[in-house]
Design a protein around this ligand. Structure first.
Ligand code: ADP
Length: 336
């Protein structure tokens, strides 16, 4: 089993880009999950490429649906959306779920999980809890409580409990609608700051976690536990372009540190040469420590804007995503 997969999603040009005369600088190449960017035709190959014509259902059905079953075999699963602010991370993940429009990854995954549970209820007992937190400026905040408190991360793996956050709200859910109501409630409390890039840019990592416990009815000692982290990462743009100063500038530095450490960890996991992985260098990677590598499955969805105005940031996202995968880039196939 390949433990880290990378999907690229290129969103359509949005109205503001069209109005300001932007053109698309990213081209999907035929027959391979490969794109080229810019005039000098730099090309990148991923496990999946979704272009602007491919909707939420296709992204989910091809890249995510077949991973869900792993949770029922005891593997942890992590899906991360990476990209600059405005590139489509929240849209793709469905973190801002409100029951309208085309559903993103989180609600589709929640429905599939409960469909599987329903189909196995005869011989299996399930316990499902969800938590929802935000990592902002290297601090963790619980999104499911009225009084946001900073949380700490404790490593309980020696006691077989994995990475824990004592005091973090974990709500028991009986069905998909329960879980989605909690997602909706939690996302309304996210820290959102305005930068020159996007009036409502997300400056924090949002982590929605589904914990599943599976007990065999005929053999109650036979218990499987797994964790599913769905992560809408903070914008990857460099602070120079956002025009951020003061607190926002500090945020930019912290956000980029987390993303940089995450990129290092994933590429260390991918090349398989490292006996020591630097999880401890950021809160984000400490939090995900038992769910990246080892007995877990990871999908990174790299999101990019196709606009030429954003070419530099898109190249940086493609490079970041490229480091996170094992497969080598294929040379551009000559189409003449
Ligand atoms: P981010 O979370 O990366 O900051 P958003 O998910 O908020 O970006 O997307 C920015 C805008 O682009 C939103 O208005 C969103 O609805 C739109 N958008 C993003 N991806 C797509 C897509 N694949 N198809 C249509 N609209 C999209």
């Amino acid at each position: 089993m390949e433990s880290v997969k990378v999907a690229l999603r290129v969103r359509p040009l949005v109205k503001s880009e069209i109005d300001s005369g932007c053109r698309s600088c990213i081209e999907r190449l035929p027959n391979e999950p490969q794109v080229s960017i810019g005039k000098n035709n730099l090309s990148y190959t991923f496990n999946y490429v979704f272009d602007e014509n491919e909707g939420q259902g296709k992204v989910y059905n091809l890249a995510v649906k077949n991973l869900i079953e792993n949770l029922f075999k005891g593997y942890n699963l992590t899906i991360l959306a990476y990209g600059q602010t405005g590139s489509g991370k929240t849209y793709t993940m469905g973190t801002n779920y409100n029951g309208e429009g085309e559903l993103g990854v989180i609600p589709r995954a929640v429905y599939d999980i409960f469909d599987i549970i329903e189909s196995r209820k005869e011989d299996t007992t399930f316990g499902v809890t969800v938590s929802f937190l935000e990592l902002y400026n290297e601090s963790l905040y619980d999104l499911l409580t009225d009084k946001p408190r900073e949380q700490s991360i404790v490593d309980m793996r020696e006691m077989n409990n994995g990475i824990c956050i004592p005091g973090l709200t974990e709500l028991q859910v009986q069905n998909a609608d329960n879980a989605l109501a909690i997602l909706k409630e939690g996302s309304s409390g996210r820290v959102v700051g305005a930068t020159a890039m996007n009036a409502a840019s997300s400056r924090s990592h949002a982590v929605f976690t589904i914990n599943i416990k599976i007990m065999n009815k005929t053999n109650p000692k036979d218990v499987i536990a797994s964790k599913f982290h769905l992560v809408d990462l903070a914008g990857s743009e460099r602070s120079k372009k956002t025009g951020a100063t003061g607190d926002r500038f500090k945020e930019g530095i912290n956000i980029n540190k987390g993303l940089m450490v995450l990129g290092n960890v994933i590429s260390q996991l991918c090349d398989g040469q490292h006996s020591f992985i630097n999880y401890r260098d950021s809160k984000l990677t400490r939090l995900l420590q038992d769910s990246l590598g080892g007995n877990s499955v990871t999908l990174m969805i790299a999101c990019v804007s196709p606009a030429d105005y954003n070419q530099e940031e898109s190249v940086s996202t493609l490079r970041y995503a490229d480091r996170a995968k094992k497969i080598k880039n294929k040379p551009v196939v000559n189409q003449d």
